[in-house]
Structure formats: structure tokens, C-alpha cells
Write a new protein. Structure first.
Lengths: 312, 281
């Protein structure tokens, strides 16, 4: 078993900060997504200069530290989304440049994602789970901070009972376990009065999609600089915004907020299930914590599930 | 790993005015696109694209728009697209002249099921600006004429001036394709049909048991056509519709073109009618 002490961890982080770019995402509940480090809100995809098209360059190596359990799961899922049906060049360039270090307070047998995961055992001790070759090499290069111990001989604190996740997150993750049921229920709910209520409540601002670790809609927009340089960029978009499915000539395929908001749920729980066999939600709570209209995704799903079940 | 968003540069080698608001552009590969050859790549069957697939054409600084090529899929020296002035990109394209260089990505999407339609009677219905993918399908069928039964093209436009690709339509007729045109309202000098494309169905004679319909046109037209085709005996699984949606990435990532659980850019743009009929959008 590989372990690292609190003091060594701090020293290790200080050292890596000198060697790489370093970002600490923090792991408190409801924090906006880490996805921007791999899929930034706006990025250049290529540029035209002297009538030649050149692919934009991607950042230098960096460490992304502190992803909690739902965030690590989200990263693994986002990798799959970006892999299929066509491998996304920019996302994977950044993934290649990154070392992702998770920090979880739950007992885990297998790392759910990232390169290495630190399991907080309390009393200033962390168990280190290595998930990738990249993670293995990182530890090898900084091996003076890590210790390999024999679990049977040395006393390593056991992980404290319970979980660092909020009650909301825990119950949301229970709901997410049956993604087939969710898909059927959300599909069935088209026409349910709850969507009228939500369309009244929702401001259509798109914040839920920006903070979500799995929402990945984007638009492609061109930028023309004063220096005559032109570049094509991609920017985060949100399916709840009015122009999302509007075409030239002015026709919109989802003209009302009600349809757009339903589509947001439809994508997460129905289309995603049909595509990947899984809901595109990890129960992190970011959408709920950041919604200015205080819409709670779990409450919405609970109503839909209740009515779906009683209608079967 | 390749940058999947990178387009190739193409040169406008010809422009033909089709109507006051529509122009046809003939695009050829350029040396500057990095290709040594001045030809588009073809697949194993010698096709540059499958009729019904789309390309994203645009200009850096203006953006990209989806177009279903109208030229013969066997033609590898150029691709033709039909452009109606409707937004930023199309207005820009209309301002261009022969020799100008623009960008092209694709072909993307599935296209019409060429193997399935073989040996069958064909009803190809279209309206307004929906003619390009049908036009390339007609060119494909002409090239493989002995493999097909009776071929009908039903095409409706608002007025005689808005009938696009008139020169090509004349050539199709010479090849034995039965083309029936209709316009929405009576017009001076027009002695053809007046009314909707749906009214033309009674003019066709096909083996209903083994016919296939393909459609590309405004949504209401396609819904109305299905209501006429079904009683004829053409089932929803033999009606292929080409859908229009907002396109951005063209490769199944950005989510703009989704309808229900389908991606128009990847699963489509050609669908069985019943695949998309009940989608919530």
C-alpha cells in the first residue's frame, strides 16, 4: 500500500507547483465544474493566417488537484463523451497534458477516475491509489514523498465511517442508480404539468449547464481581430438559451423555454442513457447550488418518478 | 490525433444564379488545401459523398452552414451546393465571385440508403430549397438507371421563378425521369400544375408494394406527404426524409441538431419517417 502523510503531501504539492501549472479545484459540495481545464469556456480551434489554416496550440503540462468522488466519476464520463463518436482533439490534448489527483473521504476500492486518488484516512494519513501509468510515473518521479508500507505490519488508520458528501448528494446518487428507470420516467413526463411550472420558474440563464461537470454543448463562432487575423473558436453554449436551435431565416426548433428546459433533462437522462447506458449526472449538486431560481433537480426527478410509478 | 474541426480550402469555379435569392456554387479543391491532387476523395464505390449527406461550407470570420450537395456523387472534380440568402454565411457567399476561396468540411451524416432503394420504384418529393440532395440522388439513379424501376420527381415551388435547377430538370426528363412540377399560385405563362406537392401523388403510377419515397423539404410538406403516401401502401419504413436542424460541429458533439434521442448530423440527416415523427424535438 502506498501512503503519504499530510506534511509530505503539502511538500509534494509545493514541489509540483514549481514544476507544473497547478490548479486546486477544491471539493466542497456544489462547486462549479472542473471541466473548464479540459474544455474551456472559449478556445481557438484554428486560425487563418497568410491563407494557411493552422491548428491552435494547447497549454503546457498541469496538475489538477482535489477532485472529489462525483467529480472523478464525471471526468471518466466526460472522457467517454469526448471520445465518441469522434475523438475530440482539443479535449484530449489537454487531458494528455494533465495529471489529475483526486481527494476522497470515502472508502473506495478502485479509483473512479483521475491518475492518482488520495483516500483521506484521517490522522494525517492518505492512502494513495494509482489509476494510470501517468499516475505511476508521477509517483516514481516524486518518490521521496511517498511511502510503501505493509498493511498487515504497520498500523494505518482505517477510513472513518460515513461520507463527506451532503445528504442531498447521497440521495441524488441513490436515484441515479437506476438510470433505465430515470430514462423511461423522463421520456414519459413530456407533457407533465411540472414542465409548465418549471418554465415559469426557470430564468433560461444557462448557469446550470455551465456549472455542470458533464454538460458539454458548444457553439462554433468566428473571431476577427484588428490585426486581420481570423480564428474559429468554440464556446460553451447552453441548450436552455433561446438561440440554441435557431437556424438561418429565424426558425427555431425549440422556441419555448419549456421545450428547451425539458430538453436539458431529456439529454441528461434519456438521450445520454440511450447513447451511453448512463445518465449524464453524478449528483454533485452544482446545478442546484448555483441556480438563481433555486430549481432543485432532485425535487423535479422525485415528482416525475412518483407520478411515473403511480401511472404504471 | 487530428483536429477534426479543420476544413479544407476550396475554390469557387462557377456561380449560376438560380432565382433572385438563390445561387449555385461549383467548388473545386485548391492546391492550398494541402492536397496534391485537384480532385475530391472518393469512397470504394467511386462516390465523393452519398446523396443526402451534407457538407459544411463557410469562411473563416463568417462561420459555416450545412448544405446537401446537388452535384452528381460520381463527380470528383467539383461539388455543387445551392445557397439561398438566409443568414450571415449565405449572405456572404452570395457576395463572392468566381475564383474566391472558401472552406469546406465533410461529407457528414448518413445519406440515402443506396443499397436498399435499388430495384425499386422511386418517388422523390421535394419543395422549395429542398431540391439539392434530391438532385444528387437523381444523378446517382441516372448513372445506375438499369437498377431502378419507375422514377418520379415531384417538386413544388412558390412561383415559376423559384423553381431551382431548371437546366438540370430538363436533362433529367431526357433521361426518362418523370418530373412533375407544381407552383403554389397560378402565374402568367405557367401551364403546369398549381397546388401542393401532395396533390401530385394522384399523377404517379408505381408498384406500391415495392416503392420507396424520399423527401426533403419544409416540415409541414413532409408531414402532409406522409399522410398521402401511407394510404398508397408505402410504409413509414420506406419513406426516407432528410431533416433540417441547426448544425455546428457536424460530428455528434455539440448537441445543436438533436431531435429526441437522435443526432441529425450522425444518425441522419436521412431518417425513416417513423424514426423522427414522434420526437419531442
Amino acid at each position: 500500500m502506498i501512503i503519504i502523510s499530510e506534511k509530505n503531501l503539502q511538500d509534494f504539492l509545493e514541489k509540483t507547483k514549481k514544476d507544473f501549472d497547478f490548479f486546486d479545484v477544491g471539493s466542497q459540495d456544489g462547486k462549479p465544474s472542473f471541466k473548464k481545464y479540459f474544455f474551456p469556456p472559449e478556445e481557438e480551434i484554428f486560425r487563418l493566417s497568410d491563407s494557411r489554416i493552422g491548428t491552435a496550440k494547447v497549454s503546457k503540462k498541469f496538475i489538477l488537484f482535489g477532485l472529489n468522488l462525483p467529480q472523478l466519476e464525471a471526468l471518466t464520463q466526460l472522457d467517454e463523451i469526448m471520445e465518441k463518436p469522434n475523438k475530440d482533439y482539443f479535449y484530449f490534448q489537454r487531458r494528455k497534458q494533465s495529471f489529475v489527483i483526486g481527494l476522497v473521504k470515502e472508502k473506495i476500492d478502485v479509483a473512479p477516475g483521475g491518475d492518482i486518488v488520495l483516500e483521506d484516512r484521517g490522522k494525517g494519513q492518505y492512502r494513495v491509489l494509482v489509476n494510470t501509468l501517468k499516475g505511476k510515473n508521477l509517483i516514481k518521479n516524486y518518490n521521496n514523498f511517498f511511502e510503501t508500507v505493509d498493511e498487515k505490519k504497520e498500523k494505518i488508520p482505517q477510513i472513518p465511517e460515513g461520507s463527506s458528501l451532503s445528504e442531498w448528494s447521497k440521495s441524488m446518487r441513490q436515484i441515479l442508480l437506476d438510470s433505465e428507470l430515470l430514462a423511461n420516467a423522463v421520456e414519459w413526463s413530456h407533457g407533465h404539468p411540472i414542465w409548465d411550472e418549471l418554465a415559469q420558474k426557470c430564468l433560461g440563464c444557462g448557469i446550470c449547464t455551465y456549472v455542470c461537470p458533464l454538460c458539454h454543448c458548444f457553439s462554433i463562432e468566428d473571431r476577427v481581430g484588428l490585426d486581420d487575423k481570423c480564428s474559429r473558436c468554440r464556446k460553451w453554449d447552453a441548450c436552455t438559451l433561446p438561440n440554441f436551435s435557431k437556424i438561418a431565416g429565424g426558425h427555431s426548433f425549440r422556441p419555448n423555454l419549456k421545450e428547451r428546459y425539458y430538453n436539458w433533462f431529456y439529454h441528461k437522462f434519456v438521450r445520454a442513457y440511450r447513447e451511453y447506458g448512463k445518465s449524464q449526472c453524478v449528483g454533485c449538486g452544482a446545478c442546484k447550488h448555483n441556480c438563481p431560481a433555486k430549481i432543485d433537480i432532485q425535487e423535479v426527478l422525485s415528482v416525475i418518478l412518483r407520478d411515473y410509478r403511480s401511472n404504471q | 490525433m487530428d483536429n477534426i474541426y479543420l476544413p479544407q480550402l476550396v475554390k469557387i469555379v462557377n456561380i449560376k444564379e438560380q432565382s433572385p435569392t438563390v445561387k449555385l456554387f461549383r467548388l473545386a479543391p485548391t492546391q492550398r488545401s494541402g492536397l496534391k491532387k485537384s480532385k475530391f476523395e472518393t469512397n470504394d464505390n467511386g462516390l465523393v459523398f452519398i446523396p443526402g449527406q451534407f457538407v459544411l461550407v463557410g469562411q473563416i470570420g463568417y462561420g459555416e452552414s450545412p448544405f446537401g450537395p446537388s452535384s452528381s456523387p460520381y463527380e470528383n472534380k467539383f461539388i455543387e451546393i445551392v445557397v439561398r440568402k438566409a443568414g450571415t454565411v449565405t449572405n456572404y457567399l452570395h457576395s463572392l465571385k468566381k475564383g474566391d476561396v472558401i472552406t469546406l468540411r465533410g461529407p457528414y451524416g448518413n445519406g440515402f440508403p443506396l443499397d436498399f432503394i435499388e430495384g425499386k420504384d422511386m418517388v422523390m418529393a421535394t419543395g422549395g430549397c429542398g431540391i439539392p440532395p434530391i438532385a444528387s440522388l437523381v444523378e446517382y439513379i441516372i448513372k445506375n438507371k438499369e437498377k431502378f424501376g419507375r422514377i418520379y420527381v415531384l417538386y413544388g415551388a412558390r412561383s415559376p421563378e423559384e423553381i431551382l435547377m431548371k437546366d438540370r430538370i430538363e436533362e433529367w426528363k431526357k433521361e426518362g425521369i418523370k418530373v412533375i412540377l407544381t407552383i403554389d399560385k397560378p402565374a402568367l405563362g405557367w401551364d403546369g400544375y398549381v397546388g401542393f406537392v401532395t396533390d401530385l401523388i394522384k399523377e404517379i403510377q408505381i408498384n406500391e408494394a415495392d416503392a420507396v419515397a424520399t423527401m426533403c423539404g419544409p416540415g409541414p410538406m413532409m408531414d402532409a406527404l406522409e399522410k398521402v403516401l401511407r394510404p398508397l401502401g408505402i410504409s413509414d419504413r420506406r419513406i426516407f426524409v432528410s431533416m433540417e436542424r441547426k448544425m455546428q460541429c457536424g460530428i455528434g458533439k455539440c448537441q445543436h441538431c438533436t431531435t429526441g434521442s437522435k443526432y441529425v448530423c450522425m444518425d441522419g440527416p436521412v431518417f425513416y419517417y417513423d424514426e423522427i415523427e414522434k420526437n419531442h424535438d
